[in-house]
Design a protein around this ligand. Structure first.
Ligand code: ARG
Length: 458
């Protein structure tokens, strides 16, 4: 079963075989391995290294392997070291002699570098699409909630009133940046390592531009040693995935708080909640907690690969085989988290009444009250002090600034008139904040239009 038995006089110890083998996980890219081989033999024939008939037989054989794996007729079995050995051995058993020429001018080092890139590239496209779905969902919630008032927080203390659209808009920006990071990674990694050989190229007259073009790369990589030992794109991807998870985790944390009995800003749908085995009243936000929890796992993958790559001499080293399980796991985890999160927020109910009441009760209009005084000629620092005293007075009376009678205002500063109530109303506080990026209705509409255009174009 070995590709490399010739030089050996003894069988590999079974434990060594198991420890060394990667087939249990690299079978994940059987399809990319086969497509890479098809491009390779297409190029070999064009360069006169293979006969046309040989090429055709090999390609037919490879395609039948692909069909059989996909239909379940062919099982990928563990006696092979890796997916590359499995495909080659199976090809030879199917088509005989021509199959033995598949690996001409190629090493598993450039082969695995290619397969991993092809696999990752496909997954980046899927991740990008999932993020777009999430952005479309957030966008819909924003459009419907430009007048849903809620408190904005700093230090998790009520600060100034915002809208639900504005709060969700912050996450729109984050996930939009995540998509652009994925795009950058895609562009930077999109160079084909095939033809780099084991580390020093080959003596065959390979056409690396041809294989690169056949596999939709922007060109061949330019240094064969780097080609087989570069895993930067995985580090970049795991970093981008970690950032996506960090964003999802922050969002989940907020939803968990908002869904709590104390806040009740939102209610997670029954279909996205779980119960308790002992407490009959419970409805728990397990999905949000799990997404938050899985963040650690994705960060772990990043730290793991950074550590694996540190100190590796050029060029290929077997350490690099460790790049796969953690990358696959991180990609699958993030894909699952984005989909579930999207489903959770698209079915979640927003309790606009609770949010607005909470914004009213937390002196979120205190800054606007100070600004009212500034407009009447009082320096801001003095205004800050005056409103501070009024807040203290209201706390003592257990009322909001809106409920404080005008004569109480006047006792502290004669500048106050009846129009103070309008100046500090929730609507005014939000609506007057209309510079681009602020929660005011006009500003939000502009941003929503920008977002809409972005979603149509990318
Ligand atoms: N399974 C190996 C990996 O994932 C494939 C490359 C093997 N190359 C070698 N020189 N042993 O890295």
């Amino acid at each position: 079963m070995k590709l490399w038995g010739g030089r050996f006089t003894k069988e590999t110890d079974q434990l060594v075989h198991n420890f060394n083998a990667s087939i249990s996980f690299d079978q994940k890219f059987y399809k990319q391995d086969i497509l890479g081989s098809i491009a390779h033999v297409t190029m070999l024939e064009k360069q006169g290294i293979l006969e046309q008939a040989e090429k055709e037989t090999i390609i037919e054989g490879l395609k039948s392997i692909l069909t059989d794996i996909e239909s379940g007729a062919l099982e990928i079995t563990a006696e092979h070291e890796d997916i590359h050995s499995f495909v080659e051995a199976n090809l030879i058993s199917r088509i005989g002699e021509p199959g033995k020429k598949l690996h001409t001018g190629r090493s598993r080092n450039d082969q695995v570098a290619l397969d991993m890139k092809l696999y990752t590239r496909d997954e980046i496209v899927t991740l990008n699409d999932l993020l777009k779905e999430l952005l479309i969902t957030i966008h819909g919630i924003m459009k419907a909630n430009t007048e849903t008032f809620m408190p904005g927080f700093t230090h998790l203390q009520k600060a100034q009133p915002v809208t639900l659209a504005h709060h969700f808009g912050a996450y729109f920006e984050m996930f939009r940046r995540d998509r652009s990071r994925l795009r950058d990674i895609y562009d930077r990694m999109n160079y084909c390592p095939l033809g780099a050989g084991a580390l020093a190229g080959t003596t065959y007259p390979l056409d690396r531009n041809k294989t690169s073009a056949l596999l939709n790369f922007d060109g061949p990589t330019l240094n064969s040693m780097d080609s087989v030992s570069d895993r930067d794109y995985l580090i970049e991807l795991l970093s981008a995935l970690s950032t996506i998870m960090m964003h999802l985790s922050r969002f989940c944390e907020e939803i968990i708080v908002w869904n709590s009995n104390e806040y009740q800003f939102v209610e997670i749908d029954d279909s996205y909640s779980t119960g308790s085995s002992i407490m009959p009243q419970k409805k728990n936000p397990d999905i949000a907690e799990l997404v938050r929890g899985k963040t650690g796992r994705v960060y772990g993958a990043l730290i793991s690969i950074l550590t694996t790559m540190k100190g590796l001499p050029l060029a290929y080293n077997k350490d690099m085989q460790e790049d796969k399980e953690l990358t696959f796991d991180a990609i699958d985890t993030v894909k699952g988290c984005i989909s579930l999160f999207t489903g959770m927020i698209s079915t979640m109910k927003f309790n606009a009444g609770r949010m607005e009441a909470s914004a009213r009760n937390g002196f979120t209009n205190a800054t606007d009250a100070a600004d009212y005084l500034v407009k009447h000629g009082i320096p801001f620092r003095d205004a800050h002090g005056i409103i501070g005293q009024l807040v203290l007075l209201c706390i003592g009376k257990n009322i909001s600034l809106d409920e404080l009678p005008l004569d109480e205002y006047k006792k502290i500063s004669p500048v106050f008139e009846e129009d103070i109530y309008d100046a500090i109303s929730m609507k005014t506080c939000v609506e007057k904040r209309n510079t681009i990026g602020a929660p005011g209705g006009d500003a939000m509409k502009q941003v929503i239009a920008i977002n809409e255009k972005y979603l149509l174009e990318s």
